[in-house]
Design a protein around this ligand. Structure first.
Ligand code: GDP
Ligand code: MG
Length: 177
């Protein structure tokens, strides 16, 4: 934070990680622009988007980073993680393999972090209840075991998307203020 005419300002870097096609890019576009894309391609160009919220009468900006599809090659770079104080670790509730990968993503995050990171486990695509492959309980218990926040979301119908990001942003704010 830095002093300004209006008081303090906050800028937090948050990263979104998880296997390919779990809905990372759509979670970000839903949160930052209220947009969803049924046929989204691996992100090209956009590194991050900034979204503001107010906490205790202060403007808090989240700079939220999206991978450019590098996760397909298991080669998300350390630059991606550098300076991150928050993370959303995303899996797809309709694909168990993406849930099984969460441990690996947590390891990678830990390897690249040198500070406290507010972490949220996100089970995305909860609109796909009819083809659910991971139960809510499994998500919850993994989150509890690892000390993570947990939420199921749908970038498609907007369920809990804003909530998931805002819980992380509030936690970061609490950590630093
Ligand atoms: P990323 O590779 O993790 O960034 O995943 P994308 O955001 O590109 O999404 C991959 C595919 O899943 C796209 O076809 C999206 O339309 C779809 N998708 C993303 N989020 C949801 C969701 O919440 N529900 C459903 N049904 N599909 C989703
Ligand atoms: Mg993407």
């Amino acid at each position: 934070s830095s002093d300004d005419e209006g008081g303090e300002e906050y800028l937090f870097k948050i990263v979104i990680i998880g296997d390919s096609a779990v809905g990372k890019s759509n979670l970000l576009s839903r949160y930052a622009r209220n947009e969803f894309n049924l046929h989204s391609k691996a992100t090209i160009g956009v590194e991050f988007q900034t979204q503001s919220m107010e906490i205790d009468g202060k403007e808090v900006k989240a700079q939220i980073w999206d991978t450019a599809g590098q996760e397909r090659f298991r080669a998300v770079t350390s630059a991606y993680y550098r300076g991150a104080v928050g993370a959303l670790i995303v899996y797809d509730i309709s694909r168990r393999t993406t849930f099984n990968s969460v441990d690996r993503w947590l390891e990678e995050l830990k390897t690249h972090s040198d500070t406290t990171v507010a972490r949220m486990l996100v089970g995305n695509k909860c609109d796909l209840e009819n083809i659910r492959d991971v139960s809510v309980e499994e998500g919850k218990s993994l989150a509890e075991a690892e000390g993570l926040f947990f939420m199921e979301t749908s970038a498609l119908d907007s369920t809990n998307v804003k909530k998931a990001f805002e819980i992380v942003i509030r936690e970061i704010y609490n950590n630093v203020s």
